[in-house]
Design a protein around this ligand. Structure first.
Ligand code: F0G
Length: 346
């Protein structure tokens, strides 16, 4: 069952909203025992890479595209660092809507680019960063009356609340902390709204502290100033002017949480640890939260025995180039046992 059917009562649906689905949501909520133990916390990972296009964006896209269909939109448009465009292109394809994608040229991971193209979107790579691309997507949406499916679209964020609901359903309560990577600051806002809505409906006890982790080279929510030249290996969150900054600040403050920034090196270290100790391959941006927790632990600032939900927002397969820059290449040998014996010693 897709998200729209499963949470029919919690979404703003009408009888005219088509219940489309590509099988999004209901992703694994994995106990990460090995890493959790070394951090001294009860750690869970919400594996959003298991969504149909490999990221959390599908949760919001299913509702945004359903609403675009209901409103008889001519086409869909978005700016993206990669995942939004993959998701928009897939849901538009299934819905029979044309999709226009505006990307920062040269700064989108190959897998994501391949997705947008193969799903049949019209992909435009602009010379400029994501913030410029979003400005253009909004202007294009106004000029041609296209449905914009970035997180300025309230249905996107509403759909993304479902991640918080699933976590509460699974835990039987809200976690103590919910840690997310932050780029355009939509998802952290959506999760907070999801937890608050669920508590208000009596479906869970408490709400978590929201912890937002940015990449050091693109950390306007930590520094307090917009960033003109964002730069990070975690291209998904290479954003200098987050459109949801105000809402995200309010959410984090209300929850008693905080923002922090981590270096590219820390992100890659966390990515490799998550893969090699837990068997979970998440993309670089998705590993910023773990990098943040590792830093807090080192600084003696991680309260022990805390129940922590980490949102692993995207699949590692989307960006093999970055993973291999850290993990290296396979060892090539002749096809003989003699050659194997020299390098293999179980
Ligand atoms: N993690 C991943 C894998 C992402 O793709 C994004 C955002 C984020 C985290 C941050 O979420 O923007 O709601 O704070 N990707 C957008 C995109 C910008 O275009 O795919 P946010």
């Amino acid at each position: 069952m897709g998200l729209l059917e499963r949470y029919e009562d919690l979404f703003p649906l009408t009888s005219a909203t088509p219940r489309i689905s590509l099988g999004e949501g209901n992703t694994p909520f994995l106990p990460l025992r090995n890493v959790g133990k070394s951090l001294g916390v009860k750690l869970y990972g919400k594996v959003e890479g298991a969504n149909p296009t490999g990221s959390f964006k599908d949760r919001g896209m299913v509702l945004a595209v359903a609403k675009a269909l209901e409103g008889r939109a001519r086409a869909v448009v978005c700016a993206s660092t990669g995942n939004t465009s993959a998701s928009a292109a897939a849901y538009s394809a299934a819905a029979g809507l044309p999709c226009y994608v505006i990307l920062p040229a040269g700064k989108v991971a190959r897998g994501k680019l391949a997705q947008a193209l193969i799903y049949g979107a019209k992909v435009l790579a602009v010379r400029g960063n994501f913030d410029k691309a979003l400005e253009l997507a909004m202007a294009a949406s106004d000029e041609w009356r296209l449905a914009i499916v970035n997180s300025v679209n309230p249905y996107r964020l509403w759909g993304q609340r479902s991640g918080a609901w699933e976590i509460c359903d699974e835990l039987g309560r809200a976690p103590d902390w919910c840690v997310l990577p932050v780029g355009n600051a939509g998802n952290i806002t959506a999760y907070w709204a999801g937890f608050v809505q669920y508590r208000r409906m009596g479906k869970c006890q408490g709400v978590p502290r929201m912890v937002g982790v940015q990449a050091q080279g693109a950390s306007p929510l930590v520094s307090g100033v917009e960033c003109d030249k964002p730069e990070t290996v975690a291209t998904a969150i290479r954003i200098g002017r987050p459109v949801n900054a105000q809402k995200a600040r309010a959410a984090v403050k209300m929850s008693g949480g905080f923002f922090m920034a981590v270096s590219d090196e820390e992100i890659l270290e966390a990515q490799s640890l998550l893969a090699s100790r837990e068997g979970v391959f998440a993309e670089p941006a998705s590993c910023a939260p773990l990098a943040g927790l590792m830093r807090l632990k080192r600084d003696g600032k991680l309260p022990q025995a805390t129940t922590i939900a980490m949102i692993l927002t995207g699949n590692g397969l989307k960006d093999p180039d970055t993973a291999m820059s850290k993990a290296g290449e396979p060892v090539e040998v002749d096809g003989t046992m003699e050659a194997l014996r020299k390098v293999m010693a179980p």
